[in-house]
Design a protein. Structure first.
Length: 534
């Protein structure tokens, strides 16, 4: 890679704030000290002056030189920093916000540091944050964490055993690590570009070397597989709902500090998740918190090889984790797939008018509701062996523990949408079944659970009063749902349902928390067998 970036300096102002930044790479020999190669960032207020910026940059350089040598005599080095427009120095009292605006029309500004000269670039593209997973496994693909792929970003992957000599191994956004990379550190370098303008390169080096994942352990979910060893007959079908814990929420989080890096690594957990799901021999699988990149590179191809189809939607059409529905292609034909973001549809679609009329009367409620990117995914299947349809809803409701009223509104919208679709498909077939899966972020004693089963809630309920204080929040749905949740020490719910028992408390209590080495998620999968009513 051509690293000729040291002849450029980057000056930018931040859109959300009153600061600006000068960034450059110093790479020069200084008498008495030697080679100095390090990135310098000087941050000042937009209302500060050129003089302030130059002095702050000198202070940064002096601190750098002080750290390079313990010989005080060698610290007496003249630090040269200047900004020139052509042959004329920039005025010391020029305000920085005016300086950056002037770069549009007169871009020939040169920064001089010691004997190095840089062309100053205004608001060049920038990679603000770059991360690699804490553990890297051979035979798995790797992508940068906390980084949204842009077409104009050049990507370079390197390997090294000593972090000194690096060999380039790839230039794509996704890099497959092979056994040739074992015992090597991995470095990722990104160079952003836009409209022919390159920004400063960003790089990150892995914390540990590439290793083999090793044998997978025996897990408690394998005991649950005793109930699902075979696929069901043509008049029955098995459904799974499972929040598999997005990698996005495990990085830099204190919630899983008890967990070993291996147990938390997505390349380890996703193997257990697929092993668990395959063992359920399910017909329909609804997943929540599925990372976009893991769906594309792992879950989709693994289930495709087993003759399962799948659909995926990012949460809110913007967050890189979302909802996935996987289905047995030999038994079901995907007729239609839909995805709505509740905050975007609540004031657009007439079926949501009752909900919107309540929300818009409460400004605090309105602000909180419209901040959420909660989605509803709907998959409509035609059963190949019968002339009937199955409508499968999949969602992940707002998580906040004090937001029961928000979840009631969200699920009211979701059921209204599912009901609309059921009526539409009833015109083509007299047999339409509706299944509603998801992570509802609620508990049986909360208002949402009885609301789902009974189809209504009294407007005087405390959660309804958070919606409208006058007691006129009328929430209802038209379904007669049964729950797949099984109370302890029971194995069945209504006649048409057989539930696979959850892992018992005696096993769960042996571990500090979920996930861990034998539980790949912080949730447990719900698994039920359903039968068509004849």
């Amino acid at each position: 890679m051509n690293e000729g970036q040291q002849d450029l300096a980057y000056f930018r102002d931040f859109e959300n704030g009153d600061q600006c930044e000068l960034q450059f790479l110093i790479n020069t020999d200084i008498p008495g000290i030697g080679l100095v190669k390090e990135e310098i960032k000087s941050v000042r207020r937009r209302t500060d002056t050129i003089s302030s910026l130059i002095q702050h940059t000198k202070n940064k350089l002096q601190l750098l030189l002080n750290n390079k040598t313990e010989n005080k005599e060698n610290r007496e080095v003249e630090i040269v920093v200047s900004l020139k427009r052509g042959d004329k120095p920039c005025k010391d009292d020029l305000v920085l916000k005016n300086f950056i605006e002037s770069l549009v029309n007169t871009p020939n500004v040169i920064l001089k540091v010691f004997d190095q000269e840089y062309k100053v670039i205004r608001n060049a593209p920038q990679v603000r944050q770059l991360q690699l997973p804490p553990i890297l496994y051979a035979n798995f693909s790797i992508q940068p964490n906390k980084f949204r792929r842009e077409k104009s970003v050049a990507i370079f992957w390197y390997k090294s055993k000593d972090k000194i000599t690096w060999d380039c191994i790839g230039k794509e956004f996704t890099q497959l690590l092979t056994e040739d990379h074992l015992n090597h550190y991995i470095k990722l370098v990104c160079v952003p570009g836009h409209s022919g303008l390159k920004g400063p390169k960003a790089e990150v080096i892995s914390e540990s070397v590439v290793e083999l994942v090793g044998d997978l352990p025996v897990c408690p979910f394998e005991k649950r597989h005793q109930y699902t060893r075979t696929k069901l007959s043509r008049s029955e079908f098995r459904v799974v709902s499972y929040n598999i814990l997005s990698e996005r929420y495990t990085i830099d989080s204190d919630n899983y500090s008890y967990c070993t890096p291996r147990a938390l690594a997505i390349d380890y957990r996703k193997q257990l998740i697929v092993k668990e799901l395959i063992g359920y021999n399910a017909d329909i699988i609804c997943l929540q918190e599925v990372d976009n990149k893991q769906y594309t590179t792992y879950f989709k191809p693994n289930f495709k090889a087993l003759n399962y189809g799948s659909v995926y939607h990012r949460k809110g059409n913007r967050i890189p984790e979302g909802l996935c529905c996987i289905f047995n292609k030999s038994r079901y034909q995907l007729v239609e797939s839909k995805h709505i973001v509740l905050r975007e549809e609540v004031d657009r679609h007439k079926i949501f008018s009752p909900v919107w009329n309540m929300i818009k009367k409460n400004e605090d409620l309105k602000a909180e509701f419209l901040k959420q990117y909660t989605s509803l995914q709907v998959s409509i299947f035609k059963v190949k062996s019968f002339n009937r349809y199955i409508i499968v809803g999949n969602t992940h409701l707002y998580y906040h523990p004090d937001a029961n009223h928000i979840r009631l509104l969200q699920v009211t919208m979701a059921t209204a949408y599912l009901c609309m679709l059921k009526r539409r498909y009833l015109k083509d077939s007299g047999d339409v079944s509706v299944i509603f899966c998801g992570d509802f972020n609620s508990e049986p004693e909360k208002s949402l659970f009885p609301f789902m089963l009974e189809g209504k809630i009294h407007p005087s309920h405390k959660d309804c009063l958070k919606i409208l204080e006058n007691g006129k929040a009328l929430l209802y749905h038209e379904f007669m749902f049964s729950s797949a949740w099984v109370r302890p020490n029971t194995q069945t719910i209504p006649q048409t349902i057989r539930a696979v028992p959850l892992t018992g408390e005696e096993v769960l209590s042996q571990h500090e928390g979920l996930p861990n080495e034998i539980f790949p998620s912080d949730h447990l999968a719900l698994v039920v067998d359903l039968a068509f009513k004849v």
